[in-house]
Design a protein around this ligand. Structure first.
Ligand SMILES: Cc1ncc(COP(=O)(O)O)c(C=O)c1O
Length: 392
């Protein structure tokens, strides 16, 4: 018998972007300025973002994928090197390693969390390892002290995938100031957005210079420097680069969002708290862990279906929520379960049991700053109803 209710309720999406008049005005100003591509707004966005984080350098690019790619290039990754990547991540983290004809060396999660296990990182390091790429899953920082210790001992670089973790901190230090390089995403669903966009922060001026050059065809001067009133037209192609630059239109949007970043974070944290308090009052779903030494960015709120309490699994819970007009997502299908990783790189199902276990039960609930109290209560009520209906 189906318990799916028929409803006319409005669809509650997994994500709704929070942009207002400020963003519209900022973008319009750029449209009317006569300069749309990378120029003064991008420089201002880099300066303000670096100031917010407390980083020495910030390089704006058109995605976190580009940021990760350039960060690996800055570290001198070459064909045949190995880069350690968690299997519990998005396509981008593993893909960029393969751009260099390198093998991503996948590592399992910890048993109790979605985070990369430092002990397994240590075991995965070989003489070919060049870098470790921890992912601050959902916005909850990884165990950076342990990871940085391993990296220092083994003389490898740490490139943090902080696509989910702006703004966040670990032991009082902002994410973006700990590893050799940190990569952020401003994709449409992220904590601040430029539609598409990314940023790399680093304390190393040589890394920053190299990434700036590589992000625009490997040429010695950007267009703004060439076309400005006091600019000079001549340029040199120093090395083979890419077209990874952010535009002034996007940077203006980013600057307006940056102003609201702390407000957005507080709102996300408040919604997460409401979810966790409610989930603790009935059986069926395990709330995500909360850090005690970190500030969580709460990009995602990932609950786990508790199979010891429910007669249905994750997929069916998602269908039940969908029937109640509630959108969800799943983060992530571990990399080693995908065709590319099995057919080309030889990974197999069963190889990383903790990641598989987490994935099997994970559901990302709607979480965005403009969620109303009514919308939050709808999600909680739906989960409670499902828990009661399908109690084991
Ligand atoms: C963990 C992780 N890394 C990298 C990325 C890539 O970000 P972007 O879409 O900005 O390239 C994503 C995107 O969702 C992500 O979740």
């Amino acid at each position: 018998m189906s318990h799916l209710p028929v409803t006319e309720t409005l669809f509650l999406p997994f994500h709704r972007t929070s942009v207002g008049e400020e963003e519209a005005r900022a973008v319009l100003d750029v449209l009317q300025s006569g300069w749309l591509t990378s120029g003064p707004k991008v420089k201002e966005f880099e300066t303000e973002f670096a100031r917010f984080i407390g980083a020495a350098h910030a390089v704006a690019v058109n995605s976190c994928t580009a940021a990760l790619h350039l960060a690996l290039a800055a570290c001198g990754v070459e064909e045949g090197d190995e880069v350690i990547v968690p299997t519990m991540t998005f396509a981008a983290t593993g893909e960029v390693v393969q751009y260099f004809k390198c093998k991503p060396i996948l590592v399992d999660c910890k048993k109790e969390s979605f985070h990369i296990d430092p002990e397994q990182i240590d075991r995965a390091i070989t003489s070919r390892t060049r870098a470790i790429v921890p992912v601050h899953f959902a916005g909850f920082p990884c165990e950076m002290d342990a990871i940085v210790d391993i990296a220092k001992k083994q003389k490898v670089r740490v490139i943090e995938d902080a696509a989910h973790s702006f703004p966040a901190s670990y032991n009082g230090r902002m994410i973006g100031t700990i590893g050799d390089l940190t990569c952020f995403s401003f994709y449409a669903t992220k904590s601040i957005t430029t539609g598409e966009g990314g940023m790399v922060t680093t304390e190393n001026p040589e890394f920053a210079d190299r990434m700036r050059i590589l992000s625009l065809h490997g040429i010695s001067k950007d267009a703004w420097t060439r076309y400005a009133a006091n600019g000079a037209w001549r340029y040199d192609i120093l090395e083979m680069g890419f077209k990874d630059n952010l535009t002034d239109l996007q940077a203006a949007l980013g600057l307006a969002q940056l102003e609201k970043a702390e407000l957005f974070r507080k709102r996300r944290a408040a919604i997460a708290r409401l979810y966790s308090l409610s989930l603790a009052s009935f059986d069926g779903f395990l709330p995500p862990p909360e850090p005690d030494n970190s500030c969580h960015a709460w990009h995602l709120y990932v609950v786990r279906v508790d199979p010891s309490c429910l007669t249905i699994g994750r997929d069916q819970v998602i269908e039940e929520l969908k029937a109640r007009r509630i959108g969800t997502s799943v983060h992530f299908i571990p990399l080693h379960l995908h065709s590319l990783y099995q057919k080309r790189l030889g990974y197999r199902t069963g190889q990383f049991p903790h990641a598989e276990q987490h994935f099997a039960n994970a559901i990302s609930l709607p979480l965005f700053p403009d969620m109303t109290r009514e919308e939050i209560d709808r999600v909680i009520a739906a989960l409670q109803e499902i828990a009661v209906t399908y109690r084991r």
